[in-house]
Design a protein around this ligand. Structure first.
Ligand SMILES: Nc1ncnc2c1ncn2[C@@H]1O[C@H](COP(=O)(O)OP(=O)(O)OP(=O)(O)O)[C@@H](O)[C@H]1O
Ligand SMILES: [Mg+2]
Length: 234
C-alpha cells in the first residue's frame, strides 16, 4: 500500500476576486519507507503540495489518502488527531517553541499523545542521542546553532513514530556544510525508522540523496523518477 495517494487533486487560492490555480490535476503515489524529494521553481506549488499531503490544508477537488486513510472524509477535529498520530513535520525555520528546552520540544508531541512520563523520558533521550545532542538537552532553541535546532526538529518529528515525515526546504536556512550533515542525518533516520520522508528542496545534494523525485512546474507534475530499490524510471 502507498503511504500517500493523490488522485486528480486541485488547489486554487482565491485572493480578492482573483483565483490562483496553485495545483492542477495532481496524481501521485508516495511509497512507504522511502526518501522522496519534491523539486521545482519558486512558486511552482511545492509548499501547497506538502500542506495537502500533511493534512494542514484541504484540496478544492480530488482525493487524498494518507497511510490508508481517506482524509477528505475526516472532520477538522478528526483530522488534527490523525495528524498528531501519523505525521511529523520539519519546517524551514525550525519552528521550535522558544521557551522550551531541546528536551521539552521533543517531548511535546509525546505529551499531546498522552505517553506516560517514564516512556517519554526514555524516548526523548534516545532520540536526542541519535541526532547527536545528548549533551544539549537543557538548551533553549536560542542557545543552539541553526544545525542543532534542525536536529531537535528531526528528533521531534520522529518522537511519536509517525508513518510520514514532511519537510519543507529543511536545509534552506543552513550553510551548505551544515545542510549536508542534516540531509545525511535525515537519510540515516529514514533508514533506521522505516518512515516515509517527503521533502521539498532546491538543493542538488538533497536531490542526489532521494529514492524518488517529483518535479513540479506551474502547479503540475512535470516528471517523476523512481531510483531506489523498487527500481526503474517512470
Ligand atoms: N495563501 C495564498 N493565497 C494566494 N495565493 C497563494 C497562497 N499561497 C501560495 N499562493 C500561490 O500559489 C502558488 C504556489 O505557491 P507555493 O508556496 O506552493 O510555491 P513553492 O513551490 O513552495 O515556492 P517556493 O519555492 O518559493 O517556496 C504561487 O503562485 C503562490 O503565489
Ligand atoms: Mg515553498
Amino acid at each position: 500500500m502507498s503511504s500517500v495517494t493523490l488522485k486528480q487533486v486541485g488547489r486554487t487560492y482565491r485572493l480578492d476576486a482573483i483565483e490562483v490555480p496553485a495545483l492542477i490535476d495532481i496524481n501521485l503515489e508516495i511509497e512507504p519507507d522511502r526518501f522522496t524529494v519534491i523539486s521545482g521553481p519558486s512558486g511552482s506549488g511545492k509548499t501547497t503540495l506538502l500542506n495537502l499531503i500533511g493534512c494542514i490544508d484541504r484540496p478544492n477537488r480530488g482525493e487524498i489518502s494518507v497511510a490508508g486513510q481517506s482524509v477528505q472524509t475526516l472532520s477538522d477535529d478528526a483530522l488534527s488527531d490523525f495528524r498528531a498520530r501519523n505525521i511529523g513535520y520539519i519546517f524551514q525555520n525550525f519552528n521550535l517553541l522558544p521557551v522550551l528546552t531541546a528536551f521539552e520540544n521533543v517531548e511535546y508531541p509525546l505529551l499531546l499523545a498522552r505517553v506516560a512520563a517514564g516512556e517519554r523520558r526514555r524516548r526523548v533521550l534516545e532520540l536526542l542521542d541519535a541526532v547527536g545532542l545528548a549533551d544539549k538537552t537543557k538548551n533553549l532553541p536560542g542557545q543552539l546553532s541553526g544545525g542543532q535546532r534542525q536536529r531537535v526538529a528531526i528528533a521531534r518529528a520522529l518522537a511519536t513514530s509517525p508513518q510520514l515525515i514532511l519537510a519543507d526546504e529543511p536545509t534552506a536556512n543552513l550553510d551548505s556544510h551544515t545542510g549536508s550533515a542534516i540531509i545525511e542525518l535525515m537519510r540515516k533516520m529514514q533508514r533506521e525508522h522505516h518512515v516515509s520522508f517527503v521533502f521539498s528542496s532546491h538543493d542538488p545534494k538533497v536531490l542526489a540523496e532521494a529514492d524518488d523525485a517529483v518535479l513540479i512546474q506551474d502547479g503540475r507534475i512535470a516528471a517523476t523518477e523512481r531510483r531506489g530499490a523498487t527500481g526503474g524510471a517512470l
